[in-house]
Design a protein around this ligand. Sequence first.
Ligand code: NA7
Length: 540
Amino acid sequence: MREPNEAGPVHRYDAIIVGAGFSGLYQLHLLRDRLGLSVRVLEAAEGIGGTWYWNRYPGARCDSESYYYSYSFSRELEDEWEWTERYPEHGEIRRYLDHVADRFDLRRDIQLGTRVAGATYDEAANRWTVTTEVGERFEAQFVIAAVGCLSSANVPAIPGLESFAGAWYHTGRWPHEGVDFSGKRVGLIGTGSTGIQATPVIAAEAAHLTVFQRTANYSVPARNGPMDESFKAWVRENSEALRRKAREAPNGHPFDLSDRSALAVSAQEREAIYEAAWDRGGLRFRAAFRDIMLDRDANETASAFIRGKIRSIVKDPEVAETLTPRDHLFATKRPPIDTNYFETFNRDNVTLVDLKSSPIEAIVPEGVRTRDATYPLDVIVFATGFDALTGPLLGLDIRGRDGLTLKDVWAAGPKSYLGLQVPGFPNLFTMTGPGSPSVLTNMPVAIEQHAEWIADCLLHLRERGLDRIEAMPEAAESWGAEVNRAASATLLPMASSSWYLGANVPGKPRVFMPYAGGMAHYRGICERVAAEGYDGFALR
Ligand code: NA7
């Protein structure tokens, strides 16, 4: 790595966007094509796609359904693109984003293979200097961090990894050429959404798969399948209503949330409703009753239903019991959806290892050693998740006014106003940052809202001859209290090992990071703030 070249040329723009995933692409389109700003997008990867550029592991697909896991800002785009499956596979999402980049002529302003090493604010000049790992320098009035929420891979520091004689991979940094598992003994660590998607696919190919489970997880069948012509026609006919519904929903999915309490119906009726939701599949299982995420007893009925399903699917009662979550309630950690996950444990070539009773002690040349046994392996797959929300932002080495570093300001956990700005860092915006609904929603809905809010904000500044916007400390303080209040009104903080709380990364502050007050409610707050002259922000 070279040091930034002080003597090299400085490339000047109105705005620098870091990241070319869903958020960076749309932000570029708005700032360049609507506001006429000069914009450069800096992207570390060699292609566009953000999360979907990196996550190419076996079974990788989105848990949101394709017809609404997409942009809604262009009717033409919507009309010309056809999804092939109910849940889009990673390659199809990349093809979609490539199409968007071509259609809106975005590529000429995107610089690939460019990893940002630092961003420093100069108060006197009111400009940001952004440096890259190879020493290029950019200057801009505005910086928009569109770096994603789940892009900083978490490879656990297990002693001995470097001694492993086989190959190892993290799912979020998957080789483009794929991995050949045939004839191999594979170990998979982690049973979050990723591990649950990858397990059945790897098991079908490998000689043997050993799944190392730390926390047993609830999962509901996805019921993936091809998008048939009648469904496509229904989506086309109802497109506007569906998009409106997604925008008005608490989590950006166009589902009807039941208006009934799980506790207000008979046990028999409840069972029938859960059965129907199970058959239909997908994340909308949570919408079967209005209080699944709000009331412990209501949630316990859903949790118990899924535990019963695990018992009925998995033939070996001991394996079934190990797979049964008992330490947290359904969907208090991010709920996975699956294709034959629990069924996979009925295969002869699959072994489940319970790390709660026998933790991993080391990785040794021949495989993984737990307290009780050594498992010989040819390949280890880390499906161990991400340093979520704060990781990608802290990776940028951001320095604001008076040399203030984001790392120091967030030492005890992230603080922001609306998840959009941090006091001390003028003209820097964080898209879907901590303190915004982000990962609790269908991401494109949250992304479009942020991109549009930021574009409107820059337009507001320009129209009034203003050149600086900065969140005020009191506003960030009271927003932090609102983020806590909103989380406490749900069951979400009850899962103490959740990455929503930063619990998956050793040493990370335990703070509930996303805003759980609902996407539509949040949108209303952001609109009010803007309408009141950017209340809570200092404008200059
Ligand atoms: P997650 O949901 O963070 O899951 C990671 C899994 O890895 C989870 O089961 C963890 O157990 C496990 N894990 C993490 N570190 C270790 C160590 N050191 N030893 C053993 N097991 C470990 O990440 P995913 O990639 O599955 O999903 C991320 C999001 O992507 C998903 O929610 C969707 O939004 C898309 P734990 O539960 O912490 O005990």
